[in-house]
Design a protein. Structure first.
Length: 228
């Protein structure tokens, strides 16, 4: 059942992504001020929202683990975090490419860029912490605590361009401002591409969850064998 769901999600995401790419590169016109490079927004912004969605899910799963003590929540949280870190890195890299064209530099200590880098480091540290601790319960408990405290930086990243007026542009999406200053056709395509990327992320989470479950079962059998 899970394999069929993964295949279905991947197939639908591939079709939707193909449709989106056609419209992004061949239908939508260049942006008046930025030219063709503005198209990176269709990957930069959805990658960030996908990562933040994953980190929020990790937050919820971590709380559920601390309440119930069920290691399945911990395994799912680890899987979601791994996928979230991947898309956070995509957001960071595409942002640097965009900055190189628009600002003329690869990196600046802008509030949004810096807080996003800290976010990537926090959740990368979450994954490193899990590798450093063998005992499942202790690993799950410490990982849950880190994800709960680390989510504060996700909020900081989300609000940074409103709280700190630095080099990063102001919000352009109507979902963020209530009005927005992006063309409706471009905003519609951005949301469509977010849907495709979110479906890809969901498929990856399902695959990683299966792998985490198998790893937990193998670890349990190893512990039983060593105790015998």
């Amino acid at each position: 059942m899970r394999e069929r769901l993964v295949i279905a999600l991947a197939a639908i995401a591939a079709l939707l992504l193909a449709y989106n790419l056609y419209h992004i590169f061949l239908v939508l016109p260049d942006e008046a001020a930025q030219g063709a490079i503005y198209r990176i927004i269709f990957f930069h912004v959805p990658a960030a929202i996908t990562a933040f969605t994953g980190f929020f899910v990790t937050l919820v799963l971590s709380i559920m683990y601390l309440i119930s003590g069920n290691l399945r929540y911990d395994s799912l949280a680890a899987s979601v975090t791994e996928v979230g870190v991947v898309f956070a890195c995509v957001n960071l890299v595409t942002g640097m490419i965009w900055a190189r064209i628009i600002w003329g530099i690869w990196w600046t200590w802008d509030a949004r860029l810096t807080s996003m880098l800290v976010c990537v480091l926090i959740y990368s540290g979450y994954l490193m912490l899990r590798r450093a601790i063998d005992e499942p319960t202790q690993r799950a408990r410490l990982s849950a605590a880190l994800s709960i405290f680390g989510f504060a930086d996700v909020i900081l990243v989300w609000k940074s361009i409103q709280w700190f007026r630095t080099q990063h542009p102001s919000p352009v999406l109507s979902i963020r401002t209530g009005g927005g200053n992006i063309d409706p056709a471009m905003e519609h395509m951005l949301y469509l591409n977010f849907l495709a990327i979110l479906m890809i992320a969901a498929a990856l989470v399902l695959v990683r969850t299966r792998q985490e479950t198998m790893a937990r079962e193998i670890d349990s059998l190893r512990r039983l064998a060593n105790a015998a």
